[in-house]
Ligand binder design. Sequence first.
Ligand code: UGA
Length: 435
Amino acid sequence: MEICVVGAGYVGLVTAVCVSDFGHNVRCLDIDEERIEALLRGEVPFYEPGLAELMSKNIDKGRFLFTTDIDFALKGAEIVFIGVGTPMNPEDGSVNIDFVVQAAKDIAPHLSPESIVVDKSTVPVGTARMVKKILLENGAPESVEVVSNPEFLREGSAVGDFLNPDRVVIGSDTAKAAETLKMVYHPLVDEGHDFLITSPEAAELIKYASNAFLAVKLTFINEIALLADKIGIDALEVAKGIGLDKRIGKKYLRPGPGFGGSCLPKDTHGLLHIAKSFDTNVELVEKAIEVNDNIPSTLVNKLSDAMSGLEGKKIGLLGLAFKGNTDDVRYSPAISIAEELVKRGAKVKAFDPEATKLAERILADTIEYAESAKQAILGADAAVIATEWVEFGEISISEFREWLSGDILADFRNIIDPKAVTKAGLRFIGMGRQG
Ligand code: UGA
């Protein structure tokens, strides 16, 4: 099939590369010439394992290319994915769909009567219908169809998630458009993956409700972990005991410093606004956001209590990304921890294998940046693990002991064995685990 993907950002690029790997001819369109030039040199503008390799494989096969030329990009395209960004409006947390609106206006005159436009971006309920209206107002043929096909990709494992999804949701008004879209995903149909055909509005809500559910589930286990700390027991044992109940499930029960990233914070706030626009509210989600926002300062309190205050204390901070395997620092709890430490007078030296550059744009010179984990910790009063990079778990306890001046190891990601820490003569501070 001939496919155009509008947007070479995170969602657009992953979609374009993976769909081309299904054997289709894909043209990836972006208005940002610098970005396209970098991509043409094989440079992926964000850290996503496996994406660059898959991209060059499909370029070599001659079925994937980048362009800034809209005429060329859309010529003969049967399917047009809109995969542009939908950031959170910082003033009120609502969803900014300006890029989607602009993309719809731009592509409208180039569409053919058989074209199907697919919303891949995360957009509020009602957007598919609104996009159709914009397309018609801007010269698209009457018969053009708009389908909602939300993405469920995790940063750091987006390629794997795309090629091996739990489900593919297609929100379409007609069976014909839904069937055509299934042809795009033909290898996944053959492999027996679950396809769910719904109305466009249901598909749009499924996306927000999925992320909100994950946010609530995670916040629940984080509250249980903080309770476990008060009781003095191991929250991982509790999480395991809960998760073995198949109705609950084992996944997403790893206590930590809270959810961050570009998706869960944005989509939980987005859901509040969607509910408001339908004259109702989702109080449980509202509360989860509030609880989540407080976790970094609660964890810094623990550290402060153990160190009799943080004024002038040297902290080696391991991790700045919102989770391991990504360079994304948007709404990162590790950044909130750094800010909270600085606010309380601590001197922070941080290391992250991938996210330092992006973190520097937020934290500037309020903290120091190290070139390695050892450099961050060396001579510090305490080491704090804020992101679960595998390499942090590979630092031995004796190395921590040797490098630190002080005796505190705080692991807010639960990647270190707390008993081993105390056995080595260090004091352990965790999130639901006891030394
Ligand atoms: C999330 C969803 O998991 C994807 O399904 C969705 O497609 C994506 O948002 C999106 O809307 O685009 P992502 O933001 O990459 O993916 O991050 P997750 O892996 O879900 O993690 C979110 C946060 O929860 C991170 O801060 C992570 O450290 C934290 N987390 C997650 C935990 O602390 N414990 C867990 O057990 C799981």
